[in-house]
Structures are given as structure tokens and as C-alpha cells.
Write a protein that binds this ligand. Structure first.
Ligand code: FAD
Length: 379
């Protein structure tokens, strides 16, 4: 299908990203998926080609790409492998708290390190604090002009490969959400270490790891926003990111549809290609309908950010939920269309189904999103 809303420049960007992803990323996907490994050599080329600094505003030396441009580029990468692009773009996710509550100096410092090819990571989740993020146990204690951070974060995307962490820690557990404060912690600080690498079902090219903070001393200038504002900053950061970050689902679903159609055209049963069966055509049609509707919602979310500079909590949650549910359904149906071969690792669709699942879980599960949407509706 043609997408007539894209400008010539955007079509060029899409072609550039598609070409790079096909040439540089595709050849390593199967092996990295088997090993559960982030392809660092491909990331280096990705950085050299300018992709990792596209989100950085021009005043800090980046391209200053719009949300829409970033969605279009990331969608092309996700079509080849969603895990790679999710991990390769965590610098943008990690800077969100600074954009919301950081000082100009803090943002400039972070962006400068991104311009040198460094990655960031967003460290909110802990073993006992996932959906219930206010249950954070990682502590921050003020000590003169410093803070001492102590605790363990888990399931951190790019946790093992990032150079900067935005970390949420509590100054006073008795205050719950109001005790949480956000900090920027550099990887090179004494006491920072990477814990276990998560051996995941899908999205295996992304790096997911525990990050441990063992009495890490950081200067007070690394505090992002005021003491006690951390929970609000975390929620606002997720509001900003979760809608547009659904690009991963779009790429996965588009890939699954292409594979399903190609297979259905060549697989013959009862003397004719299976695509000639109306039952399968309707399945494929539903997959295409859902994917096209999801794309419109996601592009709308990105356009709204570009046109108004605003992030809508409800629209972000609706987009994240709809697009990830669509992706799970479409990839499951793609496996069905390939029959037994869909279930075999020799064909790509089982991987797409494994990759799809996480999008219903991270950045707030789809149950939590429905709570957010319902909460907004009942105000
Ligand atoms: C691959 C991967 C990458 C991740 N990346 C990051 C990252 O970069 N940074 C980060 O901070 N975190 C990250 N996470 C963590 C992720 O955001 C959490 O796993 C997620 O928010 C869910 O938390 P939980 O796993 O503790 O599940 P729980 O909160 O224990 O939830 C378990 C189940 O209960 C449901 N549930 C919980 N509370 C309610 C309720 N009130 N009503 C209805 N249902 C409820 C949930 O929907 C879920 O189905 C990542 C996780 C994974 C697996």
C-alpha cells in the first residue's frame, strides 16, 4: 500500500533506514537471536551513519529529527529486528527525564555523550517494583554535596551496554511515591555494575540486564528535578514515550504479514495455493485492517507531538495498547497461516510472535494502560 502522507524527505529517510537495516542488520539477526546478543558492531555503524544522534536537537550537534521522522526510521529497523532498534534507541528513552525536569547544563552534558556514541538507559523497575513503581527500594541518601545511591534495578533495556543511567531512588520509603527522586548516574562511577543478563523469550537482540548500585557516590548536580519529584518525572517520561515507542510493533506486524502472504501464495493444498481459500483471505484481510489502523493511530500520536509539542496520556496509552495487541494477534495468525512450518525455527514468523509479546508488557503492561485510560475517562 502507498502512504501518501509522507513528504519526499520522509520517503528518502525511510529508504535510507530500510537499505541500512537490510544490508547491515539482517545478516546477523538469526545468529544474534539464537545467542541472545546485541550486535555491537552493527550499532557502531548505526552511530556512524548518524541514526543514533538523529533525536538530538541541532543545538547540541544532532539532526533534531521530528517524532514522525524517528517513528518512520525505527519502523524500518523493527521490520528487520525490533530488539536491535529498541536497544539502539535507549539514549532517547534515558534522556526523557532530563528533558522534563533537567537543567540546560544537564541536558547538554547528556547530549554531548550521546554525540560521542554513548547509550543511556531508563532505570525504574526493581524486583519488587514493576507496575507498582512507587514501591521502589533503591535508596538515595544525602551526604554533604553528594548523594549515595544503593540498590538493584532489573529488566533494564540496554542496562549492560549503556554509559549513563537515569535512576529512580527513594529518599524516604515512608513517603511512597513522594519519596522518589531521579538521578543521572554515569557507568564509570565507583560501585556501578551490571548484574545478570536476562535470557529472554523474544526481543533477543536487545540487551536487558540488572544494574547494581553499591554505595555509589554522585554529586548533587546529578539530581534531576527536585527531591520527591521522581515518581512524577517517571510517569511523565512514560507518557511521552509509550505511544511513539510502539513503532516496534508496527515493524514486526508488517514483516509478519509479508511472510504470511508470500507463504500463502506458494503453499499448495488440495490442488491450489492456500491463499485461494476465502477463510485464509479473511484472516489476512483482518491482519491488514488491524495493522493499517494501528499505523494511523501511531502516526497520529507522532504528528500530535510534532504539531503541538504535547503528549497526551490517554492517547499514548490507547496507542500503546492497541498497537501491541494488534501485533500479538497478527503474529499469532501469521504462525497459523504457515501451519507446522510457522512453528518451526526455520521460518521467521515464530520469532516475530516471540518478539511481539514483550510490547504488551513493558512501558506499563496493557492491564495498567487500561487502568490509565479508564482512570482518565472516569475523572
Ligand atoms: C524485555 C524487558 C525490557 C524492559 N525494559 C525496562 C527498562 O528499560 N526500564 C525499566 O525501568 N523497566 C523495564 N522493564 C520492566 C517492565 O516495565 C515491567 O516488567 C513491567 O512494568 C511489569 O512489571 P512486573 O514485571 O513487575 O509485573 P507485575 O507488576 O508484577 O505484574 C504482573 C501481572 O499483574 C498485572 N497487574 C499488576 N497490577 C495490576 C493491577 N492493579 N490491575 C490489574 N492487573 C495488574 C500486570 O498487568 C501483569 O500482568 C522491562 C521488562 C522487560 C521484560
Amino acid at each position: 500500500m502507498q502512504d501518501f502522507i509522507l513528504t519526499d524527505e520522509q520517503q528518502d529517510l525511510v529508504a535510507f533506514a530500510k537499505d541500512f537495516a537490510e544490508k547491515e542488520l539482517k545478516p546477523v539477526v538469526a545468529e544474534c537471536d539464537r545467542k541472545g546478543e546485541f550486535p555491537m558492531e552493527v550499532y557502531k555503524k548505526f552511530y556512524e551513519a548518524g541514526f543514533s544522534t538523529m533525536f538530538v536537537p541541532e543545538k547540541y550537534g544532532g539532526t533534531g529529527a521530528s517524532s514522525m521522522d524517528l517513528v518512520l526510521i525505527n519502523e524500518q529497523f523493527a521490520k528487520v529486528d525490533a530488539g536491535f532498534i529498541v536497544s539502539a534507541t535507549t539514549a532517547e528513552f534515558g534522556v526523557t527525564p532530563l528533558r522534563i525536569a533537567g537543567t540546560e547544563e544537564q541536558v547538554a552534558y547528556y547530549m554531548d555523550r550521546v554525540m560521542q556514541g554513548q547509550l543511556g538507559a531508563f532505570c525504574l523497575t526493581e524486583p519488587g517494583a514493576g507496575s507498582d513503581a512507587a514501591a521502589t527500594r533503591t535508596t538515595a541518601v544525602r551526604d554533604g554535596d553528594d548523594y549515595i545511591i544503593d540498590g538493584r534495578k532489573c529488566f533494564i533495556t540496554s542496562g549492560g551496554i549503556a554509559d549513563m543511567y537515569t535512576v529512580f531512588a527513594t529518599l524516604d520509603r515512608s513517603k511512597g511515591a513522594k519519596g522518589i527522586t531521579c538521578f543521572l548516574v554515569e557507568r564509570e562511577r565507583e560501585g556501578v555494575s551490571v548484574g545478570k543478563d536476562e535470557d529472554k523469550m523474544g526481543l533477543r537482540l536487545s540487551n536487558t540486564a540488572d544494574v547494581v548500585f553499591d554505595n555509589v557516590r554522585i554529586p548533587a548536580k546529578n539530581r534531576i528535578g527536585a527531591e520527591g519529584e521522581g515518581f512524577k518525572i517517571a510517569m511523565k517520561s512514560l507518557d511521552r514515550s509509550r505511544g511513539v515507542n510502539s513503532y516496534g510493533c508496527l515493524g514486526i506486524a508488517e514483516h509478519a504479514i509479508e511472510e504470511a502472504v508470500a507463504y500463502a501464495k506458494q503453499r499448495v493444498t488440495f490442488g491450489h495455493p492456500i491463499i485461494k481459500n476465502q477463510g485464509l483471505q479473511w484472516m489476512l484481510a483482518d491482519m491488514q485492517i488491524q495493522c493499517t489502523a494501528a499505523r494511523s493511530l501511531l502516526y497520529r500520536c507522532a504528528e500530535m507531538i510534532d504539531k503541538t509539542g504535547k503528549y497526551d496520556t490517554e492517547l499514548g496509552s490507547i496507542t500503546k495498547t492497541f498497537v501491541s495487541d494488534m501485533c500479538m494477534k497478527v503474529t499469532t495468525d501469521a504462525v497459523q497461516i504457515l501451519g507446522g512450518y510457522g512453528y518451526s525455527r526455520e521460518y521467521p514468523v515464530e520469532k516475530l510472535m516471540r518478539d511481539a509479546k514483550i510490547f504488551q508488557i513493558f512501558e506499563g503492561t496493557n492491564q495498567i494502560q487500561r487502568m490509565v485510560i479508564g482512570g482518565q475517562m472516569s475523572r
